[in-house]
Design a binder for this molecule. Structure first.
Ligand code: MG
Ligand code: MG
Length: 307
């Protein structure tokens, strides 16, 4: 899966597309057919199931490896490949990235035990018949602080603010600006070094979609474009660093971070969230959880699926 044409800072190959430049033109963007989108929906559905399984094991005392194992089991059961396993250099050793508190993205699952009050971000990519689904969420371990709770809500709201822009005639800058305004309006910061990205038969395709930008600028959105939107938000300074494991990206100032992501298609009927969970499934799982998978009522004009 190491086909990312971007280059990460500090010699690290990211699972997220790093930002060498702003999105350029329409070249390299792969428009998907209706068949492609149905296949991507299958990959997205299994990604959602894996994340749900990961979410369901999160509690004080479990290790980040336990979370990874729960997601891996879902992929195995459905015959899906893991987009992250073996990705990059050094090869990523797990099915999910699990990032705790100040770890923003790309945390390597392992022996770390979660404690009450942690917030944990899980990112997963499932590959089904060559099509990739890419999604992530952040979840609290037991009771979390007011700040942590607000950070997660704002990051999720930013994701849906971006999704609401995924319509023909809008531009990538509209997505970026919507995310940035939501985050900065709440007093938090977006990451600069990592971005959302096109996704399809490759985990990283054009266009890059930064979490900051100018409305009305960037690439014109057209039906058949599929983008993984992923606000990565820091409660403190936007600066990041990479740990010695050459993967884990942390807030340079040690502040709390959150990350939500969905793979979304632009269609004539509006945005189609391909990594949404199936309607009606697990409706009792909690408001924030359902908001992530089904979308908050506060995202006006955003349909679950195009008509
Ligand atoms: Mg992604
Ligand atoms: Mg991801």
């Amino acid at each position: 899966m190491n086909r990312d044409r971007g280059r990460a800072p500090a010699g690290v190959q990211g699972l997220l597309r790093p930002v060498p430049t702003m999105p350029r033109g329409g070249r390299g963007v792969v428009l998907k057919t209706a068949h492609d989108l149905e296949c991507m929906r299958q990959a997205g559905r299994i990604t959602a199931l894996a994340l749900r399984a990961a979410r369901d094991v999160i509690r004080p005392g479990v290790t980040t490896a336990d979370i990874d194992a729960a997601a891996a089991e879902v992929l195995r059961k459905h015959g899906a490949q893991a987009a992250f396993l073996g990705y990059g250099q050094p090869p990523f050793p797990a099915v999910t990235t699990v990032s705790v508190n100040e770890e923003l993205v790309h945390g390597i699952p392992g022996r770390r035990r979660l404690v009450e009050g942690d917030i944990v971000s899980v990112d997963c990519g499932a590959v089904v018949e060559g099509y990739v689904g890419d999604a992530a969420f952040t979840w609290g371990v037991g009771e979390v602080s007011e700040l942590a709770s607000r950070l997660m809500r704002v990051t999720l709201a930013a994701l849906w603010a971006g999704i609401a822009q995924m319509r023909p005639g809008k531009r990538t800058g509209d997505i970026s600006a919507a995310i940035q305004q939501c985050v900065e309006g709440a007093g938090f910061n977006v990451v600069r070094e990592y971005t959302g990205h096109g996704v399809g038969r490759q985990m990283h395709e054009d266009p890059m979609v930064p979490n900051y930008g100018t409305a009305g600028k960037g690439l014109l959105l057209r039906p058949g474009m599929t983008i993984a939107l992923e606000p990565m938000v820091l409660a403190g300074s936007p600066e990041t660093a990479v740990l010695e494991d050459r993967w884990t990206v942390v807030a340079a100032d040690g502040s709390l971070t959150a990350h939500f992501e969905h793979t979304v298609a632009v269609t004539e009927g509006g945005p189609w969230v391909l990594t949404d969970q199936e309607p009606g499934l697990d409706e009792s799982a909690g408001i924030g959880y359902n908001e992530y998978f089904a979308g908050p009522a506060a995202a006006p004009g955003t349909e679950r699926k195009p008509s």
